[in-house]
Design a protein around this ligand. Structure first.
Ligand SMILES: [Zn+2]
Length: 237
């Protein structure tokens, strides 16, 4: 057994139990606690074709959260929520990010499109899309300006990848609110978050870093909870 596996064994067992025992949340409860649907916003990061179904970074694990997220959008909208913010990769063809990750979601390509299941929603025209050029939703984007024009006391954060862009987005919303002295509640439903999996052997073949999806998903959900973000199993009616 490796040194890390030995020292982390009890934590990993705890993490499994923690994830199995995550509490459920309800949209009606969230709206009520927040003081009205007008103060609730849904932030959905990188639910694009390039992470779900086409291209170098598409992943069946991430595609698996498209339907739960579309369901959450419908539930939020039918509950009166009208703020849907979508930070999404929209890279120039020569993005420096392609030194770390293979080229993906180039602006104007099909990969950069929002998934069709969200585009098909009758209120898709109201989505506030935030094109982003890095894993941060805020660096070099309109996000802060957009946030200043919204009323957000509860931020529901969903999307991919749990440990990369979703983590960055949830942490940005939480840390910005903390720095401004505002008690914004950031909620991440685990059934609407996911990350990709790449085994050690497969990674070696393509010269990439390995990425154990279950471990990264679990550890980063835990890390968000550690920082005061409400991680729940799901949000239902
Ligand atoms: Zn990217």
């Amino acid at each position: 057994m490796t040194k890390i596996a030995r020292s982390s064994g009890p934590f990993l067992e705890w993490l499994d139990r923690w994830m199995a025992d995550l509490p459920d949340e309800t949209m009606s409860g969230l709206v009520k606690q927040t003081g009205g649907a007008s103060r609730v916003a849904v932030f959905c990061v990188d639910l694009t074709v390039g992470f779900c179904s086409e291209g170098a970074l598409s992943s069946p694990r991430v595609e698996g959260i498209v339907e739960p997220i579309a369901r959450l959008f419908r539930l939020a909208h039918s509950s009166g929520v009208r703020q849907f913010i979508l930070p999404q990769d929209s890279h120039p063809a020569d993005s420096p990010e392609f030194g770390a990750f293979p080229p993906h979601c180039v602006a104007g390509s099909a990969e950069a499109d929002t998934v069709p299941q969200l585009e098909a929603l009758p209120f898709a025209s109201t989505f506030v899309r935030i094109p982003k050029q890095s894993v941060s939703p805020a660096a070099g984007t309109d996000l802060e300006e957009t946030l200043d024009s919204l009323l957000v006391d509860t931020a529901i954060c969903v999307g991919d990848c749990t440990d990369i862009c979703l983590y960055q987005m949830a942490m940005f919303l939480k840390t910005r609110a903390t720095a401004e002295g505002r008690p914004v509640r950031v909620v991440v439903p685990a059934d609407c978050a996911q990350t990709y999996d790449m085994g050690v052997d497969d990674a070696a073949k393509v010269g990439a870093l390995p990425h154990p999806g279950d471990l990264m998903h679990g550890v980063f959900l835990y890390h968000m909870a550690l920082n005061g973000i409400s991680v729940v199993r799901t949000i239902d009616a």
